[in-house]
Design a protein around this ligand. Structure first.
Ligand SMILES: *Cc1c(COP(=O)(O)O)cnc(C)c1O
Length: 408
């Protein structure tokens, strides 16, 4: 028997069936017309944002990193509830604009921005987080050609990184951002060239569950921003402090203490150096805002035994939920939180393996878990599916096609 990750708070049962957004999953699957379907609970997202806002200093803006989940109805829902969107491609920029987010509240980061992407961003007036000197020059040239003033910030590749983060995105040689010692010269150049100077973006890592590591990282970010602003010789208009807030996916993971982070940040904001006294501060979060609100719902299409092991074979799989299969950046495969959704909360009766329908041994959703008896037709829920699910999985692999998605 192997353990599973913790089921996120807020999911209940009615008549032994999982409820998402006040409706039983069977009815939701019927409404979707087919399985598999990703269900995103708007109430769960709302509650997450409210809790975060109450823990963080009022001065801190909260941005949503669109790459976590770019589903159009979800973006529309988020647009009115967060202060900014962070995008990483022209497609995401268009999606953010279509969701009703004004360009002034959108920033565009990401290495390898094409000229067309820079042009689109400059035309709309989104903030471009420059990732290299070359990109900065191309942006200035495109803006000149268009006759507009580009809103520009610099993404810094800091010399430190977020301790314990799942994905490291700073420290040492990186394709992201500009090494910190080269930032002041470029910033002065952008200001002299007439760009609308928007300040700095410092992202140090992802999926941290250790509040102390995040507090340390934020302190490092503020100290670095102060040093750079002094070197640039101008106060910093805005600082995107990055994010990195993680969610519990696996056995033993515990929720992040956001109150501790908010308290530490409030204390720092109360004693800011002159260079940051009038700065607008933001954090950018993806999975923390939407990850736990999502459930991937898939139906059992076969039940079989092999060498004493029970296999529940579903109509879903890694082509929709790559991360749950353990093939999206995991070193060791561990079980995501999951449940038999049509016997939710029932006592376990047997050990089962829940797999997808793809003809590859990689397609595992839950290994050797304890579960109530389930048969063909029952529904399986994989939790923590609101971020890096549908859009971060190889939907074309083996021809089963994409999953449905619903905001409920
Ligand atoms: C991916 C990414 C995020 C969001 O990461 P999460 O772990 O989902 O919060 C934020 N900022 C940048 C620059 C990113 O690349």
């Amino acid at each position: 028997m192997k353990p599973t990750g913790p089921i996120p708070e807020g999911f209940t049962a009615r008549d032994h069936e999982l409820v998402v957004g006040d409706e039983k999953v069977g009815a939701l699957a019927a409404r979707a017309g087919r399985t598999p379907v990703f269900l995103y609970s708007s109430a769960r997202i709302e509650a997450q944002i409210a809790a975060l806002r109450s823990a963080m200093p009022e001065r801190l803006s909260i941005h949503y990193a669109v790459k976590a989940n770019p589903f159009a109805p979800l973006l529309q829902f988020m647009a009115g509830r967060v202060d900014g969107f962070d995008v990483a491609s022209a497609w995401e920029l268009e999606a953010a604009l279509a969701a009703g987010k004004p360009a002034q509240q959108i920033s565009f980061a990401g290495p390898g921005k094409r000229d067309e992407e820079l042009r689109l961003s400059v035309q709309h007036g989104a903030t471009l987080n420059c990732e290299s000197e070359g990109e900065a020059e191309r942006t200035l040239a495109i803006a000149e050609e268009l006759g507009c003033t580009p809103r520009m910030a610099i993404r810094v590749n800091p010399a430190f990184e977020l301790r314990g983060s799942g994905m490291k995105m700073g420290g040492g040689p990186k394709p992201f951002g500009i090494d910190e010692d080269r930032v002041p010269a470029l910033a002065r150049h952008l200001i002299a060239a007439g760009a609308d100077w928007q300040g700095l973006h410092i992202f140090t890592g992802s999926q941290a569950l250790d509040a102390d590591a995040l507090i340390e990282s934020q302190a490092n970010v503020l100290a670095l921003a102060d040093r750079l602003a002094q070197d640039i010789g101008a106060p910093l208009p805005a600082l995107n402090m990055g994010g990195g807030f993680g969610i519990p996916y696996f056995p033993g993971d515990t929720p992040l203490d956001i109150q501790a982070i908010g308290d530490a940040l409030r204390a720092r904001f109360a004693a800011l150096p002159d260079s940051l006294a009038n700065t607008r501060f933001a954090i950018e979060l993806g999975r923390y805002l939407v990850g736990e609100a999502g459930v991937y719902l898939t139906r059992i299409i076969d039940r079989k035994e092999s060498h004493g092991q029970i296999y529940l074979i579903t109509d879903g799989g890694l082509h929709h939920q790559l991360a749950a299969s353990g093939n999206f950046g995991a070193v060791v495969r561990r079980n995501y939180p999951s449940a038999i959704a049509t016997h939710f909360g029932a006592e376990p009766a047997e050990e089962v393996n829940i797999v997808g329908c793809l003809c590859t041994p990689l397609d595992r959703l839950a290994d050797q878990i304890a579960a109530p008896r389930a048969d063909r037709g029952d529904l399986v829920a994989i939790f923590c599916a609101g971020a890096y699910g549908a859009s971060a999985s190889p939907a074309a692999f083996l021809g089963q096609g994409p999953a449905e998605e619903m905001l409920v």
